[in-house]
Design a protein around this ligand. Structure first.
Ligand code: NOJ
Length: 607
């Protein structure tokens, strides 16, 4: 340490101290990336929202599938965790062909989850505990067992009933070829041919997902009116908002032209693939031609739908009821169109979720996310895990830059569990320090890894069957939660039954193994959430901190009430020092002789 070096620096550079290992000046950048929000900003601009996957959170009746009474009984866990709201994946009446994202009745609860009365009880209990409730809305498609689709099949070609879905004649001499070349996101064709009432092969219907998920025709006024009525149904029951499934898919390009994409993904293009461990800097990655939008995604016509929905939500007054878009849209400039002031409130930040554990990439995505959201006056959001991706505790157990996998099977290279957890804790500590909203996926507060060796006979994700096992699918992140290390189904329910098998290692991650245990992942999440709230980090500013090596992500989150919180995430091989006078608030792992070791994030007061 050479204190004299600081004396030559200009006061405006906010010099605090020197990094003792490298003798470099640690200082804030001159210009913040993002200015602080108003301290009294609306709740959703800084909320931490916990995703409950109802099938797998808590099972009250012992049938092996989670349910609403189970959720209600476990809500105090979330109060103690310190989140602001819950988002529940679908619990509506459904044949469960896509785990409830195939809805047969949007105004009722599937018997496996309970009843409408159970939903009312759950909403009321959550509100008593100070938790807002967001439910999933699935407007792109229904189940093929929805009354409208059954009526469409029965009514035949040319009927008004078929107009509510996307029926078309086939190509080829006898209509034997699908109407275009679109593929399902889950694999296989996006069209299925029906057998008409007279037993002959007939029209085709579009399903961007499974055969059992026919797409609605959103050009039809009855479809729009129906969904507006469904929104009111749930708003009247007291929900605080909706997470909107496949929000970028409702309108298709006029004429349904063939797509030029070889494979359909939610983004409309296959992700860039590169060899394991190879890092391709963002500027060298193959360019995506964003002018060539896929005909099934992100059509301009979707926006008027959400403008109409926003008006409905606003008619319910304050506190605000919200819409959050699941929109896999690139580039960010187009993605933030969904959160313009008269549309949705939030959109998931999948760029953050898909960023590699590489400091340069994280800095780039944080900066661009904040700039893009600021350009429309929306808060950014942050997310690392959900029910569609490998949990971050497993994802980060591979070499940075490893291509993202759709599930992990026993024959795949296995992630390093300890390394993954260490990085996952550091990643979460970075995420929860960022201004805006954040999403937590059930079980990540326990540091849960994916199930990575589930035998094929248990797999239920339609992707697995539709690709003949080529894609492992999403079951690995959907396994029932371990609440207690002993007892049947690790406390998930009263019986030993679980709809997906729990790996043996899950006992080690059980809530009762971690509660009150210093250093456990659960206690880390509680500390982070408590400090985030106390220091108003969700409404703070963000300024990059200069002076560390390139593999350290360092920033300050500042506010007029609380001053500056320094956040240092060390992704490099060497431990790094905190500036002199920095007082540690919380750390994702133990410091080593006062230094921040590899794959560790620290929050510190820095005045
Ligand atoms: C996105 C949901 O998150 C996913 O689970 C589902 O399979 C598809 N949309 C289709 O609804």
């Amino acid at each position: 340490m050479t204190p004299s070096a600081t004396q030559t620096l200009n006061d405006s550079e906010l010099v605090s101290a020197l990094d003792s290992t490298h003798d470099v000046v640690i200082r804030e950048d001159a210009t913040p990336v993002h200015a602080a929000d108003r301290p009294d900003a609306a709740w959703w601009r800084h909320a931490v929202i916990y995703q409950i996957y109802p099938r797998s959170w808590a099972d009250a009746d012992g049938d092996g599938i989670g349910d609403l009474p189970g959720i209600t009984s476990r809500l105090p866990h979330l109060r103690a965790l310190g989140v602001d709201a819950i988002w529940l994946s679908p619990f509506y009446t459904s044949p469960q062909a896509d785990a409830g994202y195939d809805v047969a009745d949007y105004r009722d609860i599937d018997p496996i989850f309970g009843s409408l009365a159970d939903a009312d009880t759950m909403i009321a209990r959550a509100h008593e505990l100070g938790l807002k409730v967001i439910v999933d809305m699935v407007p792109n498609h229904s189940s093929d067992e929805h009354e409208w689709f059954k009526a469409a099949l029965a009514a035949g070609p040319g009927s008004a009933e078929r107009e509510r879905y996307m029926f078309r004649e086939g190509r080829g001499e006898h209509g034997e070829l699908p109407p275009n070349n679109w593929e399902s996101v889950f694999g296989g064709a996006a069209w299925t041919r029906v057998t008409e009432a007279d037993g002959t092969p007939g029209q085709w219907y579009l399903h961007i997902f499974d055969t059992k998920q026919p797409d609605f025709n959103w050009e039809h006024p009855e479809v729009r009116a129906e969904f507006e009525s469904i929104l009111r149904f749930w708003l009247d029951r007291g929900v605080d908002g909706f997470r909107v499934d496949v929000a970028h898919g409702l309108i298709k390009e006029q004429g349904l032209p063939d797509t030029e994409e070889e494979r359909t993904t939610m983004l409309g293009h296959a992700e860039h693939e590169h060899a394991e461990g190879e890092h391709v800097p963002a500027e060298e990655a193959p360019r995506i031609d964003h002018t060539k939008r896929s005909p099934m995604w992100d059509q301009d016509g979707v926006h008027e739908i959400y403008r109409a929905w926003r008006k409905i939500l606003e008619s319910y007054g304050t506190p605000d009821r919200i819409l959050c878009a699941e929109a896999w849209v690139e580039p960010q400039e187009r993605a933030v169109a969904y959160v313009r002031p008269d549309e949705m409130h939030q959109a998931f930040n999948f760029d953050f979720l898909t960023a590699s554990w590489i400091a340069e990439d994280l800095r780039a995505v944080i900066t661009s996310s904040l700039h893009a959201a600021d350009s429309v006056g929306a808060p950014s959001t942050w997310v690392l895990s959900n029910h569609d991706v490998v949990r971050h505790a497993s994802r980060l157990g591979y070499a940075p830059g490893t291509p993202r996998m759709n599930g992990i099977s026993a024959t795949d290279p296995q992630p390093d569990r300890a390394l993954g957890l260490r990085r996952a804790r550091a990643a979460t500590a970075l995420m929860l320090a960022l201004p805006g909203g954040a999403y937590i996926y059930q079980g990540e507060e326990l540091g849960l890894p994916d199930s990575t060796d589930m035998p094929a006979e248990f797999r239920q994700d339609p992707t697995f069957a539709r690709t003949a096992g080529a894609e492992t699918g999403r079951d690995g992140c959907r396994v029932p939660i371990p609440w207690s290390a002993d007892g049947p189904s690790l406390g998930f329910g009263p019986s030993a039954s679980t709809w997906l098998p729990q790996p043996d290692v899950y006992a080690d991650y059980a809530v009762d193994r971690q509660e009150g245990v210093a250093g456990s992942t659960l206690e880390l999440y509680r500390s982070l959430l408590a400090a985030r709230r106390e220091l108003s980090l969700g409404t703070g500013s963000l300024t990059w901190v200069l002076g560390y090596a390139a593999d350290v992500v360092a920033l300050t989150n500042g506010s007029s009430q609380h001053g500056r919180v320094l956040v240092v995430a060390n992704l490099g091989a060497e431990p790094v020092a905190l500036p002199e006078g920095a007082e540690v608030i919380v750390a994702s792992g133990p410091l080593e002789a006062g230094l921040v070791p590899t794959d560790t994030t620290v929050w510190a007061r820095w005045s």
